[in-house]
Design a protein around this ligand. Sequence first.
Ligand SMILES: NS(=O)(=O)c1ccc(C(=O)NCc2cccc(O)c2)cc1
Ligand SMILES: [Zn+2]
Length: 261
Amino acid sequence: AQSPWGYDSDNGPARWHENYPLAKGDKQSPIEINSNEVRHDASLAPWHASYDPGAAKTILNNGRTCRVVFDDTFDRSVLRGGPLSGAYRLRQLHLHWGSSDDHGSEHVIDGVKYAAELHMVHWNPKHGNFAGALKQPDGVAVVGIFLKVGTTPKPEIKRILEEIDNIKTKGKEAPFQHFDPSILFPKSRDYWTYHGSFTTPPCEECITWILLREPIEVSPDQMAKLRSLSKNPENEPAIPLVDNWRPPQPMKGRVVRASFK
Ligand SMILES: NS(=O)(=O)c1ccc(C(=O)NCc2cccc(O)c2)cc1
Ligand SMILES: [Zn+2]
């Protein structure tokens, strides 16, 4: 059975609004960021992540992405500072990627599409639980990290990609423990921030986006590894899980702020 939404011509981003009306909202994500339209905001604080490696639980292929899930039953792994007030709990991280190195990211920076984009999803415990946080404009905070293909790959991403062999097909899940995702952060803490939405249905407009300016590097065969994931369940014909990205959405007057000059 076709999944209610996806990235194919018959259930892709252009048609999500038919079942998920929020997809046509005026604070949708991702967006295109043009450096000459960004406003430097000197009042933006640095952001800080304090993650407990013991909070990592499992890694799964849900047919749409590869996701690492963390224990978010208490303030165990949190993100604070930056544009945020209070501590937001890390719930999961996942990626979006292309069928070739020249595209795959969701946000586009000065016309540049990166090969992939990693999202670390956090929610604001003042709203009780994740489902409650989705309904609030300050409910969720996502740190976005761009992945570019290079010759000096970051060894830390290896840990996630090594697990791929165990979650090749939709529905596969494997234990994923003792992992501190802050090792994935680039050197620079510079970021852009704006208010937007989930980039997948139901596209709630509850996200404070924190996009890191400096991409991390992955190797060509690490990207090939990611593209070796399948969107189909086991024992069905293999369909590559690639191009699981939503294109940029209308700005509708929103301003992107930069923590840097
Ligand atoms: N690509 S993204 O970071 O905007 C993103 C983050 C989280 C989620 C997510 O948690 N989806 C599951 C879900 C569960 C209940 C209600 C929802 O709206 C979404 C989806 C997309
Ligand atoms: Zn995402």
